[in-house]
Ligand binder design. Structure first.
Ligand code: AMP
Ligand code: MG
Length: 407
């Protein structure tokens, strides 16, 4: 099998290209109650069913009146009160008049501003405005339709729904929304040394943690994980497990993709008709990562080292899952931070080093965590992101800006 080792940028380009093709083939959709739609991907846009706000809305507790009367500093006659949920039914407000109004109430016709209750004094039914107060017409009022026009799209299809989108849907009267079905992601860990979490391992055995990290990451990425039984380092057994996953939208394998004598995953994939799109990336951790297409679905052969598995999932599998889920965003989140210390490395690879990022308001600070390499889950458990070291860098000074990948 010829090697197809790509740089990080090239590998990302390949993933983006296939993600784009997947996005054009929309997944099936389903109707779910509004609250069950949180974190799902919207299949039909949320459209405003009326102007927002539907009436000129007071944004303050105070008095609706005319701006020109305030400039004239004359006392105003209070002719009534308006609570939120009430409409003004009498004749329009005239010059010299004020109507007491609560936040969220419709500003009555004839009024063009709302003076805040904090800036007035009331004696009997007369309103005295604090001296020096001036208001522009429109102040403390949101005109009807200023936030959204009836019929306009408030949340487009393809959006992964956050709390603010659920709120917008509720405001538009959506008791249920149409979302895309979650892609089914098969997870196949391979390795003779693996035992399940509920078994006591012998000294030379390892608990299978990758099926769990991948299932957790796939769930966060919006997929439905399907954990398959662990396959031993045996080509025929791996092949049969691969063919058993053909009902899923994506297959994630872990382990068995390095140069070891018992690394059979690529041969097994090939025997099952795989086309390889890359067979390695110039990254650390995760260099042996494999991506390609089986007759029924895409697959990733992720390296077995637990940190490599998680990093390669984030970088490559998550964007593909987002596309399978109909999401128009890869889900990858990068930010800039200042490195808290000097750092030296060998150039050549794009590195993603577990880091503790302190998100302070002035400027986030990143500290690379000391680790024993890509098998060190214990150190990585204290990371909340990865510092990205570009392939050209050999040293970075404390205080320099670095890109961080957020998890
Ligand atoms: P491999 O990619 O098969 O060469 O495995 C690399 C390292 O990752 C070895 O130390 C394995 O024991 C470890 N490893 C492989 N698969 C898993 C897994 N599912 N859970 C935890 N560790 C694993
Ligand atoms: Mg192995």
């Amino acid at each position: 099998m010829p090697d197809l080792i790509l740089t990080y940028a090239e590998a990302t380009g390949v993933i983006q290209q296939h993600a784009k093709t997947l996005l054009d083939q929309k997944p099936v959709s389903e109707h779910v109650p509004l609250l069950a739609s949180l974190h799902r991907v919207l299949a039909e846009p949320i459209v405003a069913d009326r102007d927002q706000p539907p009436f000129p809305r007071s944004t303050r507790d105070g008095f609706a009146c005319r701006a020109e009367d305030i400039s004239a500093a004359k006392p105003l006659h209070i002719i009534g009160q308006l609570r939120a949920g009430e409409a003004w039914r009498s004749s329009p407000l005239a010059s010299g008049q004020a109507i007491e109004i609560m936040t969220g109430a419709p500003v009555p016709p004839g009024a063009d501003c709302v003076v805040m209750v904090e800036h007035v004094k009331i004696k009997d039914d007369v309103l005295f405005i604090e001296s020096g107060q001036t208001l522009e017409p429109g102040e403390n009022i949101v005109p009807s339709g200023a936030e959204a026009r009836s019929g306009s799209i408030i949340v487009p299809a393809g959006t992964r729904l956050a709390a603010s989108h659920v709120a917008a849907a509720a405001a538009c009267g959506f008791a249920a929304v149409t979302v895309y079905a979650r892609p089914r992601v098969a997870i196949l860990a391979t390795g003779d040394e693996l035992v399940s979490v509920d078994h006591t391992p012998l000294t030379h055995q390892i608990r299978n943690s990758n099926s769990y990290s991948l299932a957790a990451q796939a769930t966060l990425a919006g997929a439905q994980p399907v954990i398959l039984p662990v396959a031993p380092d045996d080509e025929a057994e791996i092949e049969s497990a691969i063919s058993g996953a053909s009902g899923c939208d994506l297959l994630l394998l872990s382990g068995g993709v390095s140069m070891g004598k018992y690394d059979f995953v690529e041969q097994a994939l090939k025997a099952q008709g795989a086309e390889f799109l890359f067979t390695g990336a110039k990254i650390q951790p995760g260099r042996p990562v494999v991506f390609g297409k089986l007759p029924k679905q895409y697959f990733f052969g992720l390296p077995g080292n637990p940190v490599s598995t998680m990093v390669t999932f984030l970088l490559f599998a998550q964007p593909l899952i987002a596309a399978l889920a109909g999401e128009d965003h890869s889900g990858l989140r990068f930010a800039l931070a200042r490195l808290a210390h000097d750092f030296r490395t060998k150039p050549g690879l794009t590195r993603f080093l577990p880091a503790r990022i302190d998100f302070q308001i002035a400027s986030p600070q990143a500290t690379i965590i000391l680790w024993q390499g890509s098998g060190d889950l214990a150190s990585t458990a204290s990371a909340n992101g990865f510092v990205v070291i570009p392939p050209t860098a050999d040293k970075i000074a404390a205080g320099d800006s670095v890109s961080v990948l957020l998890v």
